[in-house]
Design a protein around this ligand. Sequence first.
Ligand code: URP
Ligand code: ZN
Ligand code: ZN
Length: 465
Amino acid sequence: MKKVIRGGTVVNARETVKGDVLVDGEQIVAVGQIGPVEGAEEIDATGCYLLPGLIDNHTHMSMPFGGTTTADDYNTGTQAAAAGGVTAIVDFALQMEDGGLQSSLDQWMGRAEGTAHVDYGFHMAVTRSDEGTFKDMPKMVDQGVSSFKVFLAYKNVLMITDDLFMRVLEESKEHGGLVQVHAENGWIIDRMVAEALGRGDTAPVWHAHTRPEWVEAEATGRAVRFAEQADAPVFIVHVSCTSAAEEIIAGRARGVAAYGETCIQYLFTDITDLERPAPEGARFVCSPPIRDAVHQPFMWDCLKYGHLQSISTDHCPFDDSQKALGADDFSKIPNGLACIQHRLPLMWEHGVREGRISMNRLVDVCSTAIAKTFGITTKGAISPGMDADVVIFDPNTPFTFSTATSLMNVDYDLFDGKTVAGSVRSTLCRGSVVFDRGEIKTQPGHGKFLKRQPFDAALQGDLAG
Ligand code: URP
Ligand code: ZN
Ligand code: ZN
């Protein structure tokens, strides 16, 4: 089945052109002035921008964490993704047991298969050290799970030791993987948490005070130094603040293949949100914590000038009853924010409309550069031969964030009541309309597993497409 999306303006990372998009089946076959196409479905996009489907490289669906499980599964979470213009996610599988990685990947694959509305891939988090783990790392890359994650925080839960971290970097490099790092010093955090609780400081804002900026900067610097020593690429996830980003910039200046992302919560919320009255403050607990707003201009500049490659959401949703596990003790609040649906409208409003980044840069940090960093060769650009993943974004139809219209499976919307000027009208994933004017049009299972290529340093910073 052919489709022609007519009358829009195509925005890629490199350029913006007025033009139509011809889709045949699951792929884009032409971009430009397209004449009549017999039998094709016509989609009118007059006055709209056509963006490559966004990729969210950092999500947590159906993940056991913090004594509970994240509230979105691959069905609800990918509906919300599509409503936000996202056509692919790369979700985190966690190593759950000794003896290797394969059984954990199988669990995550089993949960996602047949349920997702947009395409999905996996990173594999290495949480234990045994020979089975290292034997399975090349198997992960062969299966298209070409990135790993290690945690330098969450002591006694997910945190690994420095010697294991170094070995993961070495093995990953050997097999073409990319190691991602949750960079906070778990030892220091545990000490500060015990001190705060001992004083009776139990409110959500103490989550931020016990994970200060220097604790993130130290671990980030350590991760970059380890990568330098191992001569391996490294990607720092959820960079929240200036001094942590500066460690990445310094590493890059020394020639380290160091990359990173920030997340929308670090641009659009700040530490004062943690001080909201219960139950609201707990909704903003994530790690690294949201910071003082003074960091935000620098984080925007990191995206503008390419110091960070991506802005993701770290979507890790828990509803109020789950967050209430920490009602009397901030350290028991499950960590994570619900925001997969909101990246594009927020980035358009405060990034493009307010002049912080161009729309091409928005496309790069939300899609194109992510595709290149994470080995997704079929997405990230509106161009012939690519998957027909297209967002029809209407810059003149306002969007109001609200719990009622949120498709995220939590009982609140973090931005409830806020209005922005533009909205996602439709999202196509591999040629099918998944989301159109507020409604989901696909069945669970439309989304397919995304087999990713090994990390390719040569592609980084290349805007072609
Ligand atoms: O608070 C967060 N970020 N929750 C998700 C788990 C992680 O560390 O990415
Ligand atoms: Zn993390
Ligand atoms: Zn995360």
